[in-house]
Design a protein around this ligand. Structure first.
Ligand SMILES: [Zn+2]
Ligand SMILES: [Zn+2]
Length: 122
């Protein structure tokens, strides 16, 4: 019943225990700390370490976040001193949106409480 070649580790200190010496109770004494451990034999816990694809996943997530902002065009609205051409209200909000490339100036998208919105190129 000797589990030769199997690796058993001390549950107290993690030290590699010597191969079983065939004690009646199948116990192994740790040479490091002296603790008695059950000879678990070939019962080895394998930790599957699959290659982490987290970095690319994170990149994807960031990218989709940016796309979401572009899609909605409204992220953070700032109060603007502009008159709504639709209802004449002077309390409107605007959002600066970078369209296409950085070469082109940002576009201001104004939004009025009446539901009207319009663009203005910088
Ligand atoms: Zn130990
Ligand atoms: Zn309005």
């Amino acid at each position: 019943m000797a589990a030769i070649g199997s690796m058993v580790f001390c549950t107290d200190c993690g030290n590699l225990l010597p191969a079983t010496k065939g004690t009646k109770k199948n116990l192994l004494q740790c040479e490091c700390c002296g603790a008695w451990n059950k000879d678990t034999g070939s019962k080895t816990t394998l930790t599957k370490s699959k290659p982490s694809d987290f970095p690319s996943f994170l990149r994807q997530k960031l990218q989709s976040n940016v796309q979401a902002i572009e899609r909605h065009n409204i992220n953070t609205q700032t109060a603007a001193q502009e008159r709504c051409p639709n209802c004449g209200r002077e309390e409107v909000t605007y959002t600066a949106v970078q369209l296409r490339s950085a070469d082109e100036g940002s576009t201001l998208i104004y939004n009025c409480k009446c539901g009207f919105s319009w663009n203005e190129n910088n």
